[in-house]
Design a protein around this ligand. Sequence first.
Ligand SMILES: [Fe+2]
Ligand SMILES: [Fe+2]
Length: 207
Amino acid sequence: MLNEPVAQTRCGPQDAREFLSLCRTVRSELSTGRYRHVLGVARTAERLARHYGASSRKVRVAALIHDISRAWPAQQLLDFMAARNLAVSDEERRMPVLLHARVGAQRAHDEFGVDDAEVLSAIEHHTIAQTGMSDVGKILYIADSIEPSRTFPGRAALEAAAFRSLDEGMLACIESSLEHLKNSSVTAAPGTLALYDQLAARREART
Ligand SMILES: [Fe+2]
Ligand SMILES: [Fe+2]
């Protein structure tokens, strides 16, 4: 557990100790494969942060915690929300796995001392995007889609788009995810569709 809110931590050795402590906690909650994914997301997010001048520390912390509750069974996710009187949408009730993002953000705050709004929002929206996402949020969303252990065809094209601009990367990742959802007969979330429409309209205006 972090001893103080991330927003107030300093750079240097203290950061390294906290980072290792966070890694150990995350490692203890995840399978080997999921932990490898999380480290891949963190490394990819840090590369993007350096490229775009965003905070490496924020994206690293967001990446490490983003899937902290990904292995929780559906009932545990629903019980967590109920215990805190947090509303659950019909869509989340149908697919409780979606809740791992909101639960992760809540745990980041309650258990890991994260009080940075950008980090918490990035974790909360790493599966369902929304308009108005910060660069930290976009970086986590993209890194979650393109980290090296993802092996789907087209991953390299998504990465190339992400390093041209964050909005191009978001659009490419959402397009890829919509294609995947279409093949799985799952409806895309309204927030993701709203951001897709906004980014596609901007692309249209540029051409
Ligand atoms: Fe996730
Ligand atoms: Fe993930």
